[in-house]
Design a protein around this ligand. Sequence first.
Ligand SMILES: *Cc1c(COP(=O)(O)O)cnc(C)c1O
Length: 355
Amino acid sequence: MDRDPILLTPGPLTTTLRTKLAMLRDWGSWDADFNAITAEVRREILAIAHAADTHVAVPLQGSGTFAVEAAVSTLVPRDGHLLVLDNGAYCKRLGKLATLMGRRTTILGRPEDQPVDPAELDRRLAEDPSITHVGLIHCETGTGVLNPLAEVAAVCERHGRGLIVDAMSSFGALPVDARTTRFDALIAASGKCLEGVPGMGFVLIRRAVLDGCAGRSHSLAMDLHDQHAYMERTGQWRFTPPTHVVAALAEAIRQFKEEGGQPARLARYRANGEALVDGMAIIYTFHAPAHPRYDFKRFYAAAKARGFILYPGKLTEVETFRVGCIGAIDRTVMRQMVAAVADAMTELGLPIGPR
Ligand SMILES: *Cc1c(COP(=O)(O)O)cnc(C)c1O
């Protein structure tokens, strides 16, 4: 292979050369030039969600889950009650981290192949006034199922409950509009649809709830209220920032804007998806071939030898693998990938079905 393998995974993703080159410089964490990059990233992230008037953007070191954990820890009071709308693996992770930090947590389960149901949420909130917050995964990356964010937000607003949204795999690609969709926190990360490199997450926190969050976190490192207060006061991160990751994200966001922002990104990802199957999603889960010779590890190796990195499935009940259409890739790459997978299947002695 004369090029690096293409990542067809739900993150980390393939990034552009320009984004990679932005990491070839060392920055002082207190330096004014670096602080300006942090400020730019925070401002642009708010703009993507049309949230400049209503929210603040608080970045946090670590992978996306760190930011989810920080959002729950910062927003949900210690005697609060979180209702998790569960239709997949990332919902279960949200429920688990809330339980582990000692917040009362209730799981409202749905089949993995169906979106969560706002009417069911409505009934549940009416029945149980002890629920203070609702946790939603916007796009359940485990399956690719998209949940109805605007409808869930409307139900939460009507009942006066807080909404915490994990928009990790959708932010930047699917529209989110804070002017019409009310959420208390919305979480995403550098290494997903903004096409930065992994290493930091960020949380958009509604200004109206921010002050009330002081002292709720049981954890120093996860306290986003404190991180925000420090950043506002000094322009700096509270603890050592992932400087190269921040610089790469700023460069990635500049390219995002040049490309045409969220609508253009979604259009490219959908074109990628259409080159893969006739579909509209951005992450696909495929049933593995029901063939005795199929083995994910061998299939993965054969695809990798052809320059494409696939991802195992996350459905618990059936054997699957996943293909992400996100990242700095276009439909030519997707077509090459389809051909490479067919070739890999032939090598493994698997039949290729009609397309
Ligand atoms: C990627 C992702 C996360 C974060 O996963 P990390 O491995 O911690 O980066 C959380 N939620 C969803 C829906 C995701 O797609």
